[in-house]
Design a protein. Structure first.
Length: 736
């Protein structure tokens, strides 16, 4: 808990005094000032203040922040460098500013932050570099706050309160006057808005916007995860009303403008618990022996019109958010689950990519445009997998979305099995071209009716998943190619993925060598091939999840941009997102631009779409963080009911303060702190990725199997602390 401050503690201190003097000199960079002139500017005339000014001037000159031109006359150092960047705070109270045009980040000491907070866009000036040290600077202006809403716990006093912010990179509490506390009680988790930060106040002032509830309670924590990242948890009434007023009936006049595919065999394949179906496949055998395969996507852009309040809301959200126990959709239910959901035996407006493909999976021809479709079947992945494995039309009840099971048309069996054969051939060629296959195990929770975690299971991709993936990739790739190869160049939304950073690959090489694996770093294709070999070789091994995770971390982050650089992970020169407009706003933009260019309209403004791409990438990142936090929360909650048990785990990380252990049975990760290992004093050996006992020379290394038990499960911090029972070998030897 941070140290409490009172409203009356408003002393500016030496640091604010230095800043005030620097501000005066900075405003008149060509003018020299003596201590009397500065005192007059500051409105100070007592001897104590004048002496303080003299001392601070000497200190600033010693730091080479100011220059003494003549005896007792000072001016701002002329070669101070001003830059704009984003502040990245550490948990220790200092920060670094990331400046695009500089190779290294600029160190900002705590006393030079000048009220800037993590993520703020700031203007800094850099002091002269001395002794080849890294650049050091000071924040001189806050250009834009990254956020003004924070989640924290209210500490209520008699006439005021402080909100202790949950974010460890937030180095200050927020002061709240009594009339701005709403009905919050002491200890409540709240959302607080930062309103102002008075010049001489140690803490910013704010008001409570929302009371989330008591810390640790399920709904409180889920809502606080969303609020922490500035994400919504419901639609405003005006948005719901607008969406409900949209005419979603299918019109004959509109059908005439589209390619009519209602008689073509069409079906969806989705997870069993899916609520919306935004993509469907169609299959048709042509007279020449080739196949017409259609990828049909809900035509969200038909209903979501630019300039409407609904479109603005969808853009602001940019993505649906998938927490463990809920979905926060990008679009209201009337669209996401009804009008734009390709439910069976319902006519729907769609946007389609239709490909003529030969028996070897080679593309012969393509067509893009608006269509009307009618899905004949809705399959779960398990049902489609059963058809692939058995080539049978009978789907038994135990794997069906219908309890009694059912029989499907033989034409559908032929369609699914043929498309699977084509997908396998297409995937093989993609892998040979240098694509990387990430089939990381996904942890899923079995939830009770009250959303309590009662079990854990692992989701893996089977052939049915890969069938859908391959045809969605084909549509995304070919849409991007269709626009990207046109001349003159047209503005478009690409999904970009850069090559991995060499230093990260070297770090991965060091770690995996401990397990006997190696990456060939000779060239781009060698790297991709050896990464695929690595990911294949670790399958089923105790270190699989750790190696999968570390390998993913070596990859650059994918992002949206109008500036195409290709997609390294997929080995595509052109790639876009076209297939999920219900849950991703970039797909909506892709649909709109594609239709404009099909209508021969001029290229859209690149600057406008680049800004939208940056926003979409940022919102995707926030959404991913929220999803991860919800998984961590549920893992901690699950382990609360297993505190008396011992678990076999793998050491997934080694640091100077402890080891991280991932439990093999449920993938929950927690920390064993070095101070809690009682049989010896352990020290961190960075080169060996190990901790070593000073007396016993016992060694615990990255990848070792150990037994642990739960020491502490903190729902609020979403953190697990483990006790180390011992290595697998020693524990099992003792037991025998």
């Amino acid at each position: 808990m941070k140290k409490k401050k009172s409203k009356s503690n408003t002393s500016g201190g030496k640091d604010n005094f230095s800043k005030s003097i620097l501000d005066i000199l900075r405003k008149s960079p060509e003018t020299t000032f003596n201590y009397k002139q500065i005192a007059a500017k500051l409105g100070l005339d007592d001897p104590g203040s004048r002496n303080k000014i003299i001392r601070v001037l000497a200190q600033l000159a010693a730091k080479k922040q100011i220059k003494e031109e003549d005896r007792g006359k000072f001016k701002i150092e002329a070669n101070l460098e001003y830059y704009t960047g984003v502040l990245d705070m550490t948990t220790k109270g200092f920060g670094y500013v990331v400046v695009e045009e500089l190779e290294d980040d600029v160190f900002i000491p705590q006393n030079a932050l000048n009220k800037a907070l993590n993520g703020d866009e700031v203007e800094i000036y850099i002091y002269n570099k001395r002794n080849k040290r890294k650049s050091e600077g000071e924040v001189v202006k806050i250009i834009k706050r990254k956020r003004t809403e924070f989640v924290g716990i209210l500490q209520l006093k008699e006439n005021f309160g402080f909100v202790a912010i949950a974010d460890p990179k937030m180095s200050t509490d927020i002061f709240v006057q009594k009339n701005k506390i709403l009905d919050a009680q002491d200890g409540d988790k709240v959302v607080v808005i930062l309103e102002e930060w008075p010049e001489k106040a140690d803490s910013p002032f704010g008001r409570i916007k929302e009371v989330l509830g008591k810390p640790g309670e399920h709904q409180t924590e889920m809502h606080s995860i969303l609020a922490q990242y500035g994400l919504p948890h419901e639609f405003p009434k005006e948005i719901e009303d607008f969406a409900n007023s949209i005419d979603t009936t299918i019109k004959d006049a509109e059908i005439k403008k589209r390619r009519d595919l209602r008689e073509t065999l069409t079906f969806t394949i989705d997870p069993q618990d899916a609520k919306d179906f935004d993509d469907a496949l169609s299959f048709e055998v042509l007279k020449n022996g080739n196949y017409n395969i259609g990828i049909h996507i809900a035509d969200v852009s038909h209903y979501l019109l630019p300039g409407t309040v609904l479109d603005q809301e969808a853009y602001e959200r940019a993505t649906s958010i998938y927490l463990v126990d809920r979905v926060v959709p990008m679009l209201p239910e009337v669209l996401s689950n009804n009008a734009c959901s390709l439910r069976p035996n319902e006519e729907k407006y769609t946007f389609s990519a239709i490909f003529e493909i030969d028996t070897e999976g080679h593309l012969i021809d393509q067509w893009f445009g608006r269509t009307v479709t009618n899905s004949d079947y809705r399959f779960a992945y398990e049902e489609a997998q059963h058809i692939i494995e058995t080539n049978q039309a009978e789907i038994p009840g135990e794997i069906s979305i219908q309890e009694s099971g059912y029989r499907v048309n033989d034409d559908v069996v032929s369609a699914i099995t043929t498309m699977n054969d084509l997908a396998i051939k297409m995937r093989e060629r993609r892998m040979k071209a240098g694509a990387i296959s990430f089939d990381k195990v996904e942890v899923k929770f079995q939830l009770s009716e009250t959303n309590e975690p009662v079990g854990v299971y692992f989701k893996t991709s089977n052939e049915a998943n890969k069938l859908i993936e391959e045809f969605m990739l084909l549509a995304n790739k070919k849409v991007a190619e269709f626009i990207g190869k046109q001349t003159p160049k047209k503005t478009f939304v690409y999904r970009c993925h850069d090559e991995p950073d060499e230093s990260k690959l070297n770090s991965l090489q060091t770690v995996i060598s401990k397990f006997g694996y190696k990456i060939d770093l000779k060239d781009k294709k060698s790297i991709a091939n050896s990464l695929n070999t690595l990911l294949s070789d670790v399958q089923g091994k105790k270190e699989q999840n750790m190696v999968d995770t570390l390998t993913i971390r070596t990859m650059s982050k994918a992002y949206y941009s109008t500036k195409n650089i290709g997609h390294y992970g997929l080995a595509f020169d052109h790639y876009s997102h076209f297939t999920s407009p219900i849950r991703r706003y970039p797909d909506v933009m892709t649909h709109r631009l594609l239709q404009e260019y099909l209508d021969n309209k001029p290229s859209a403004k690149e600057e406008e779409y680049e800004e939208k791409c940056k926003h979409s990438s940022n919102m995707e990142s926030l959404s991913t963080n929220a999803e991860r936090d919800s998984i961590k929360f549920m893992q901690v909650k699950f382990m609360l009911d297993h505190q008396e048990e011992e678990f076999l785990g793998v050491i997934s990380g080694v640091t100077e303060w402890g080891i991280y252990v991932e439990i093999e049975a449920n993938k929950c990760e927690g920390m064993v702190r070095l101070r809690d290992i009682r049989d010896d004093h352990y020290e961190f050996d960075e080169e060996q990725y190990a901790i070593v006992g000073r007396k016993t020379k016992n060694k615990y290394t990255l990848g070792d199997e150990v037994y642990v038990s739960v020491k502490n499960a903190d729902l609020v911090k979403r953190h697990l602390d483990f006790n180390l029972v011992g290595s697998k070998k020693s524990v099992e030897k003792t037991d025998s």
